[in-house]
Design a protein. Structure first.
Lengths: 337, 553, 304
């Protein structure tokens, strides 16, 4: 298992170099001079321009710039925002909890509904439940998520007036946010109604964001279960006289977990990397909205640093999934490759 | 049939199947998997159900266990009486309590029949827990150890604590048996339990089943396609064909004096174990293998300081094959016999040694130099399904080789037509795709493809192992015919000693990558020198049975 | 047991027709797939003959009828069946012309994915070692970024336009095709029909394209179908973010973005393009599911 992990880490080194190179090249192939882009329409006096060129190191040869850049990255310096002037890393960690909170609830909702539905559909293959679930999940899977989010807003916020349209909490509340997780902070704040306000802000974006993962999990669970339920050891389990529940859950689901964990892992990576559509529509101050705003503001330092940070996170999630495989499947754990 | 019932009349049957009919889904090639099947099982007997693939033998036993793939396949008629219950009509709950407790079952593939992510002891424990026996944890643990010990597994504690993938095929099958017999059922159903095992392991498992059956006085339904196995263990035999019982009777009668034409045909195709003494072949040597070595893995230390494990797939292999000779390469799985065949044709690169063919060492040839040689060495593969490209027409498949070697299309197609005739297929097959043919037909196509290159050496890699007995006999006959007509040298790689005895002039016996015995077939079979050869021959099921000479015209 | 097809005259054509017929039989078992196919066929007809079907030009502005609701809502008129948008353009005509963009996006993206992705996948599978490693690490790099975010960033570099959006989407989809093709090809390479070709002396090119590739096509076709619909969704998302098709192009995602400010007052403006995207994507996915069932070798084997 350990050597398996080490091998995985080794493979990551070239990938990671590639990622930094991609992000580095990114800023250099943008049409136009980054300093002028930053300065915007006002323009810049010549000496100020030279000063900035030096400050950012743009006057150096390209390879030197890249080496300097990597050295900075290793030291934890991801650059400064052109717009706010604050370190990219600080901004990232400030916004990250919001994304984690939203992703967590979206996934929670997707997992507890999607997976059991998929399992039941597989067990009752060909039934009315199976057919309707497959239709609904394929619809969810085909949903233009930005449109779906708008529909949710029209119905729950506009028509029923149950939930707010955007943000993380009502502007009426002011309190410290030590953890960055609004639900926890509002709970700790002792302000009356703060928690329920935070919760009501969270619910619609979580549903919108969780829809596609839920559909994916349901479909994947169903097909993985169908596959394992056809295996010989399921027949053995039935021949032993086990109850149907035990056959399905202990022998079937346990073995179907690998593909299911794979799709969950992919979703976690994508969601933590920022649900750019959902966060933009609900003005949710997370990583996704931050990236979109930076792209539109041409704040390329943030885009560059953000891409690397997000890719790092995706890689960490993938690595965790690999470790999970080892826990789930003794064959992977014991053989190591 | 009446006298059988009479002879057993002292005892009442423990299982009675009456007019059992199992329907298949609408689109299957026939309406019923099993039609009007009736039989009885008495306590303390082993009843073998024999048949070729598609005979419905497994379906009948699955119906007894309530394991039919519902809702597509159903019992549409008849009853299965057991302890006063009709198993075809009872509810799920009751069936659950009968499975495992009253009727145990083991399956063909020990590799896939155990849950891969659950420890062996856990899987055994489940059997006890699910049947609500009043047993304490320590009692169950005690029982598990006992069971594993009973089926002859060494170190039951260690085995119990392992995952299935850490065990060998034979060990897994023993675990399966332990599991099926844990609650001391009155009936054991064994569905081809030894088909996937090597011959020596098979012998051990057959003995184990027979011993346990006697000890516990169980009724055993043993499903198989192999008449050797039937001869080894059966008390009574049922022969099935296309979902119907064509003949049943006690083992001695049925094996030696079969009456139904189908049974007679099946038994007539069983290869005799005894080899015929043949004249030594003294024609020119076609291929000469000298000191061939092939290893997998590398001895180099890996990055993490662990030395790699080296497996010798073949070690210092030497043999010659002469014109018109069939050399048998026999051994169990993992003996390296297939690797040797593939090294000769350079599908695998070997580490050292030489393969001399037409005066040159072909292992040293470059790829382009090898091109000329390729025409002369061809191969027939084991799996008739995987060895033909499913997306190409038979004509394209057969003419691929000649086309690569620059033969004009018209000419190679004409030759393909002739070849199809030689292998016994109609020329319209040329325009069809592989999925339109049966396994035996595909194997004939594979032979035609090899012959299209006009080879001098033909390597048959387990070429008949995947085929039913009757088809196997026909393909063997064809190969023999072709060899004589075309004066080929043939390397016949097989695990099946009966087949080897029948077709080979000389035999090489391999064990773990090494040759342990090499000599004329007659000598190897009648006067084996090496211990391993002896144990192999000893393990052949039904070796005591002298296959009767039957007239099947 | 093989599926024997009882035709006495076995011509070249009839064998092909038989394969096609058995495929069609499997496919139409799946009713959803059939409905999906019908919807897409109608949509394709509309897209091809948009010039004849559309009552108005998609970009002409009728200033006297701004934001008219569709005909089935109070205040609607048969003159503008789906109503008009904020600039007085006929919504129905815009929808009709918009269907063209969906096919355009889908086909171009799939074209890039198939040519580049499948070729790279085959090369990786056949080369092993260094080349394989380089290709797969490159794909890992692309996959390390969330796909829509990467596409957005790429469009930001190339400049916002529908064409650039399509290229960006193709780039983020390609790794899936490479991985799939490579895995398929590797599993086919282990089969004995390939060994047989090798013993005949077949060249790598022959092994790749004549022997292996046709046997990898089933899952690739399914993947291509699913990517067709994802491409439409992602292009609409980029359009919605203002990074895809630019006004006045009647692309459905862009139309949604335009209608966003009227979601409370004139919900029909966003309902219609949204539904159109949903139904199109759903239909293609239904077809994809049907293809998967019809082409799945595992299901075939159980019947053969």
């Amino acid at each position: 298992m350990l050597s398996f992990l080490l091998r995985r880490l080794l493979v990551l080194i070239p990938t990671y170099i590639g990622i930094t190179l991609t992000a580095f090249i990114f800023i250099h192939i943008i049409p136009g001079d980054p300093i002028l882009v930053m300065a915007g329409e006002r323009g810049l006096p010549e000496e100020k321009y030279q000063e900035l060129m030096q400050a950012f190191g743009f006057d150096q040869p390209l390879w030197k710039q890249y080496v300097d850049y990597v050295v900075q990255l290793v030291q934890g310096d991801f650059g400064k925002s052109f717009v706010t002037g604050r370190p990219v890393l600080d901004e990232f960690f400030e916004l990250f909890p919001a994304t984690v909170e939203l992703s967590f609830f979206a996934l929670f909702f997707a997992i507890i509904i999607g997976i059991p539905c998929g399992i039941i559909a597989a067990v009752k293959r060909g039934s009315v439940f199976d057919h309707s679930l497959m239709t609904i999940s394929l619809t969810g899977f085909s949903m233009p998520i930005f449109w779906w989010a708008l529909l949710l807003i029209i119905f729950f916020s506009g028509y029923l007036g149950w939930t707010p349209v955007s943000g993380r909490i009502s502007v009426l509340y002011f309190f410290d946010t030590p953890t960055g997780f609004m639900l926890i902070d509002s709970w700790l704040s002792d302000e009356e109604g703060a928690f329920s306000s935070a919760l009501s802000h969270l619910i619609l974006p979580a549903i919108a964001l969780g829809t596609i993962p839920m559909a994916t999990f349901a479909r994947q669970s169903r097909s993985a279960m169908l596959e394992t339920l056809g295996e010989d050891y399921i027949k053995t389990a039935r021949a032993k006289g086990l109850s149907s529940f035990r056959v399905v859950v202990v022998h079937g689901f346990r073995n179907a977990l690998i593909p299911i964990v794979t799709v969950i892992g992919l979703s976690v990576g994508t969601l933590l990397g920022g649900a750019i559509l959902t966060e933009s529509i609900f003005s949710w101050p997370g990583i996704g909205k931050w990236m979109v705003d930076s792209i539109f503001r041409r704040d390329y330092a943030v885009v560059q640093g953000g891409l690397i940070l997000i890719a790092t996170m995706v890689i960490i999630v993938n690595l965790s999934v690999d470790i999970l495989y080892g826990i789930i499947d003794p064959r992977i754990r014991k053989k190591g490759h | 049939m009446n006298d059988i019932t009479n002879s057993c009349a002292k005892e009442l049957p423990i299982l009675t199947v009456k007019d059992l009919t199992i329907s298949l889904p609408a689109r299957a090639d026939r309406p019923y998997a099993v039609e009007n099947v009736s039989f009885e099982l008495f306590p303390g007997e082993i009843l073998c159900i024999v048949g070729e693939s598609g005979s419905g033998k497994s379906m009948s036993s699955n119906a007894v266990m309530g394991l039919l793939p519902k809702p597509h396949v159903n019992v549409s008629h008849g009853e299965i009486l057991f302890e006063g219950l009709d198993l075809a009509a009872i509810d799920n709950k009751t069936m659950q309590s009968i499975r495992g407790e009253k009727i145990g079952m083991i399956f063909q593939e020990p590799m896939t029949a155990l849950n891969p992510v659950m420890k062996v002891s856990k899987q055994l424990e489940e059997v006890f827990r699910s049947h609500h026996l009043k047993l304490s944890r320590t009692q169950i643990q005690q029982k598990i150890i006992e069971m594993l010990d009973d089926v002859g597994l060494p170190d039951p504690k260690i085995i119990g604590n392992s995952y299935p993938f850490e065990l060998s095929g034979g060990q897994r099958q023993r675990v399966m048996i332990a599991m099926a017999l844990a609650l001391e059922p009155t009936i054991l159903i064994a569905d081809e339990p030894t088909t996937a095992l090597d011959v020596t392991t098979q012998a051990q498992i057959l003995k184990l089943i027979a011993d346990l059956q006697k000890k516990r006085n169980m009724g055993v339904i043993f499903i198989t396609h192999d008449f050797g196995v039937v001869a080894e263990i059966a008390d009574r035999v049922i022969v099935m064909q296309l979902g119907q019982i064509v003949e049943q009777g006690n083992a001695d009668d049925l094996l030696n004096r079969p009456t139904h034409p189908y049974t007679r045909k099946l038994i007539a195709t069983v290869p005799h174990l005894g080899a015929v003494k043949k004249v030594a072949i003294s024609s020119d040597v076609v291929v000469s293998v000298k000191g061939l070595n092939k290893t997998y893995g590398s001895a180099k230390k890996s990055w993490f300081g662990k030395a790699g494990r080296v497996v010798h797939a073949s070690k210092d292999i030497n043999f010659d094959i002469r014109k018109g000779e069939t050399l048998g390469l026999v051994g169990e799985s993992g003996s390296g016999k297939s690797t040797v065949g593939r090294c000769i044709i350079r599908l695998h690169e070997s580490d050292s040694g030489a393969v001399e063919f037409q005066g040159q060492d072909i292992l040293k040839l470059s790829n382009s130099e090898m091109m000329d040689i390729r025409q002369h060495i061809q191969m027939i593969f084991q799996d008739p399904y995987a060895s033909l490209n499913p997306r190409r027409k038979i004509g394209d498949i057969i003419t691929e080789g000649p086309t690569i070697h620059g033969v004009p299309k018209a000419q190679s197609w004409k030759k393909a037509e002739e070849l199809l005739e030689i292998v016994g297929l109609d020329s319209y097959a040329l325009k069809r795709y592989p999925h339109e043919f049966s396994g035996g037909q595909r194997q004939r196509i594979g032979i035609a493809r090899a012959l299209a290159m006009s080879p001098k050496l033909l390597i048959a890699d387990e070429a008949v192992s995947a085929l039913d007995v009757s088809v196997q006999a026909q393909v063997l006959e064809l190969l023999d015919d072709i060899k004589h007509k075309m004066d080929l040298a043939m390397l016949f790689v097989t695990h099946d000693l009966r087949v080897a005895a029948q077709v080979c002039d000389n035999i090489v016996v391999m064990k773990l990558g090494e040759v342990v015995e090499y000599g004329p077939t007659y000598d190897v079979f009648h006067n084996p020198q090496h211990e391993y050869t002896k144990s192999l021959l000893d393990a052949v099921p039904g070796k005591e049975w002298k296959v009767p000479k039957l007239d099947i015209s | 047991m093989s599926v024997e097809i009882n035709t006495t005259t076995a011509t070249n054509q009839s064998a092909f027709v038989a394969v096609l017929a058995s495929f069609w039989f499997e496919f139409k078992q799946n009713k959803g797939a059939l409905y999906g196919l019908i919807f897409i066929a109608i949509l394709a007809f509309v897209a091809i003959f948009a010039d004849f079907i559309a009552p108005y030009s998609p970009i002409e502005q009728y200033r006297d009828v701004l934001k008219m609701p569709p005909v089935w809502v109070d205040g609607g008129s048969w003159q503008y069946v789906f109503g008009t948008d904020a600039l007085g353009r006929d919504q129905l005509s815009r929808m009709i012309y918009g269907s063209r963009y969906s096919f355009y996006i889908g086909f171009i993206v799939i074209f890039f994915c198939l040519t580049v992705g499948v070729t790279l996948g085959l090369i990786a599978a056949f080369s092993k070692g260094l080349v394989d490693n380089i290709i797969m690490r490159l794909m890992d790099i692309i996959l390390a970024f969330p796909s829509l975010l990467l596409a957005l960033a790429l469009v930001a570099i190339f400049g916002p336009s529908l064409e650039n959006a399509m290229i960006a989407i193709a780039i983020v989809f390609i790794p899936h095709f490479v991985r799939l093709t490579r895995a398929q090809a590797l599993s086919e390479l282990g089969k004995d029909y390939v060994s047989s070709s090798k013993t005949m002396g077949a060249s790598t090119f022959r092994l790749m394209f004549i022997n292996v590739l046709p046997n990898c096509m089933a899952p690739i076709i399914v993947q291509a179908t699913m990517s067709f619909s994802s491409a439409i969704l992602d292009a609409a998302a980029l359009g919605f973010l203002g990074m895809g098709a630019q006004p006045p192009t009647p692309e459905w995602g862009t139309m949604l973005a335009d209608s966003r400010q009227y979601i409370q007052s004139d919900p029909w403006l966003m309902a219609i393009p949204g539904l159109a995207i949903l139904f199109t994507v759903l239909s293609i996915n239904l077809i994809g599911d049907g293809l998967r069932d019809a082409l799945d070798p595992k299901m075939k084997k159980s019947k053969a």
